[in-house]
Design a protein around this ligand. Structure first.
Ligand SMILES: Cc1ncc(C[n+]2csc(CCOP(=O)(O)OP(=O)(O)O)c2C)c(N)n1
Ligand SMILES: [Mg+2]
Length: 249
């Protein structure tokens, strides 16, 4: 067990850059758990690359103190596959948003999962295009008002677990920034998984979605994540469960 009191995890974080995330945003909480997971797995900086697309979550690549690529919108997984092909010894962590990975980048997600490319994808699913002001995303819940769906989103969310389950071998984890220790532990298991691993971090965006939905502050929105029940590892997860669903293939 690593002693976290020495704040070793900060080794992975570039603290000199000005933070652009809004007060109450959960991306920093998520990044901290990723850095802690990397610390506990004793990953050396030379052995890892982080790749992000564009978005508030995509900004994470800019705060890594190890090699990282802040690539085009939707192309984080495609770039990661290229990195992996060039040097299969590298651990490749994709850290990006729902719009980036499931919206514009959805096609890469489908095919990297199908090819079982050995990368770890961590998706901050705040159910909105946060950076650009709150447009509907493929993960916005049905009925929710956004600036592009003023009468409520008419469409259902994409079920990423359902998509991954169509493959012979898969790894899917769900957690939240309300369950920090759980989040760190599932990220560790995803990084250790041999093959394509997807971690869905159910979160929210107070400034560009929550306020429009009537939430007063980030704390109130954080409470909505209490609905999730922690379960262990199974071959499926119910919508209200956080844990790991996987198949060895
Ligand atoms: C090709 C292209 N299309 C559109 C945009 C504008 N754009 C930037 S970020 C973004 C959405 C990001 O949403 P998400 O991935 O959910 O990230 P979040 O900000 O919510 O963390 C869009 C549409 C862009 N930069 N490039
Ligand atoms: Mg988003």
């Amino acid at each position: 067990m690593v002693d976290m009191t020495c704040r070793e995890f900060l080794e992975y974080v570039d603290l000199d850059r000005e933070r652009i995330w809004c007060p109450g945003c959960t991306i920093g909480l998520m990044f901290k758990q990723i850095a802690k997971a990397m610390t506990e797995l004793r990953i050396e900086k030379k052995d890892v690359v982080a790749v992000s697309g564009i978005g508030c979550t995509g900004r994470t690549a800019g705060y890594c103190s190890f090699d990282s690529v802040h690539t085009l919108h939707g192309r984080a997984i495609a770039v990661s596959e290229g990195i992996k092909l060039a040097n299969s010894n590298l651990k490749v962590l994709v850290i990006s948003g729902d719009g980036d990975l499931i919206g514009i980048g959805g096609n890469h997600l489908l095919h990297a999962a199908r090819r079982n490319t050995n990368i770890t994808v961590i998706c901050n699913n705040n159910e909105i295009y946060g950076l650009t002001g709150g447009q509907v995303s493929p993960e916005t819940q049905t009925g929710v008002e956004t600036i592009t769906t003023p009468y409520g989103n008419p469409y259902p969310q994409i079920n990423v677990l359902g998509v991954l389950k169509s493959n012979k071998k898969f790894f899917y984890a769900r957690s939240t920034p309300m369950h920090l220790e759980h989040l760190k532990n599932v990220v560790k298991k995803a990084i250790a998984w041999d093959g394509f691993a997807f971690v869905e971090v159910k979160s929210y965006c107070i400034e560009n979605s929550g306020r429009r939905q009537g939430f007063k502050n980030s704390y109130d929105m954080l409470q909505t994540l209490k609905k999730y029940k922690i379960v262990g590892e199974k071959d499926d997860l119910n919508e209200d469960e956080i844990g790991i669903a996987k198949r060895e293939g």
